[in-house]
Design a protein around this ligand. Structure first.
Ligand SMILES: Nc1ncnc2c1ncn2[C@@H]1O[C@H](COP(=O)(O)OP(=O)(O)O)[C@@H](O)[C@H]1O
Ligand SMILES: [Mg+2]
Length: 340
């Protein structure tokens, strides 16, 4: 039951002093407390975050539980949702009134004229994310979808070399960058802009580079933009999810990875970001015997997954020569990715 009246006031009063750890203003003032319910003695506090999957939500949860426990509310549950664009605009207004500098992560960029933004993610490097981004983009393009790729792996970009792309991209007078078109795909990557090897990227620089590349590129109309994410659970992939309006994630794993901890971590992180996970692409899943043409499965196939498998790709001896054989699977995967 939704609380009202004095009891609501009482609880709101206890929560009032709790500040959003990032913005430094009371979560009540920021209208982040959506509602408070009581059910069989349990108090449920429903909080709206400024960004989906905000890594600071656990701090808010801890603070709310602590404040209520001190006044004898022992059974407390904190649920999180996130704010709509309109609500975000409203809180920006509150922040402006308080004359506090807006923290960067509240800036969520516009969707522009891009229909679907899909992040391709894994917690581990070397499982084939970039390879798969290329295959998915080529497939989408062959299906007549207007396709783009943003290489978000600032410290280890690989899209330009996968596409054998030598051209540089430049900003025009308005600071907008025109992406390079290769095989009909609009591509933007940090090594098209600078001599990356000369720069050692620090965390904050990585985040701002990703945001800028997304926001300052003239993508035009796109049906689908694939984001090649850096591996890991660090700032960089989190930045992508917080500032770029990602519609959904595709997870890449190998059978070996799936059975171990990091493979599971990939799935947990992807799910905790509050962005739909469309499914998993299992890479290097089997190899085809050169002599008899038989299919040999690789790794332990007993790992249960509660996500759909979008495609199972073989270990390619020669990607360009062999990718045709996987084209049907890739087309089905792209169909699901484009249509959500
Ligand atoms: N299905 C595959 N068969 C054979 N080699 C692959 C396959 N997928 C990726 N690779 C190779 O594995 C290495 C890592 O792939 P990459 O796409 O760069 O991974 P990530 O982006 O996850 O770090 C590259 O050398 C790539 O050519
Ligand atoms: Mg990569």
């Amino acid at each position: 039951m939704r609380l009202e009246g004095d009891r609501l006031k009482d609880i709101i009063g206890l929560i009032e002093p709790i500040k959003d750890p990032e913005i430094g203003i009371s979560i009540v003032k920021l209208r982040m407390v959506e509602s408070i319910e009581e059910e069989d003695g349990k108090i449920k506090v429903n909080v709206k975050l400024t960004v989906p999957g905000c890594p600071l939500s656990s701090t808010i949860e801890k603070d709310v539980k602590k404040a209520l426990k001190e006044k004898g509310y022992n059974d407390v549950e904190v649920n999180f949702g996130f704010m709509s664009k309109k609500e975000l605009e409203d809180i920006k207004e509150v922040v402006r009134k308080e004359q506090i500098q807006m923290p960067q992560s509240i800036e969520r960029y516009e969707k522009k004229s891009i229909r679907r933004i899909i992040a391709v993610y894994s917690a581990k490097g070397g499982v084939g994310k970039s390879t798969i981004v290329k295959l998915l983009a080529e497939t989408a393009n062959s299906m007549n979808y207007k396709t783009g790729i943003l290489d978000c792996d600032i410290s280890g970009p690989s899209i330009t070399s996968l596409f054998n792309l030598k051209e540089r991209a430049y900003a025009d007078e308005d600071g907008k960058i025109t992406p390079i078109i290769k095989e009909g795909i609009k591509i933007m990557a940090v090594d098209m802009l600078t001599d990356v090897e000369a720069i050692i990227w620090r965390g904050p620089l990585v985040s701002s580079a990703i945001k800028q590349m997304y926001n300052d590129t003239n993508w035009g109309n796109l049906d689908i933009l694939f984001l090649d994410l850096p591996p890991g659970t660090s700032d960089a992939p989190i930045t992508v999810f917080q500032s770029i309006p990602v519609d959904a994630t595709v997870v890449v794993t190998t059978p070996q990875e799936l059975s171990n901890l990091i493979g599971k971590k990939t799935i947990v992180v992807a799910k905790s970001l509050n962005i739909p996970v469309i499914g998993v692409i299992e890479n290097m899943s089997y190899f085809v015997c050169k002599h008899c043409g038989g299919k040999n499965e690789i790794g332990n196939k007993n790992t249960k997954l509660d996500l759909p498998i979008l495609a199972k790709l073989p270990f390619f001896n020669d990607l360009n020569a062999e990718k045709e054989e996987s084209i049907n699977q890739l087309k089905i995967a792209v169909g699901k990715i484009v249509n959500g």
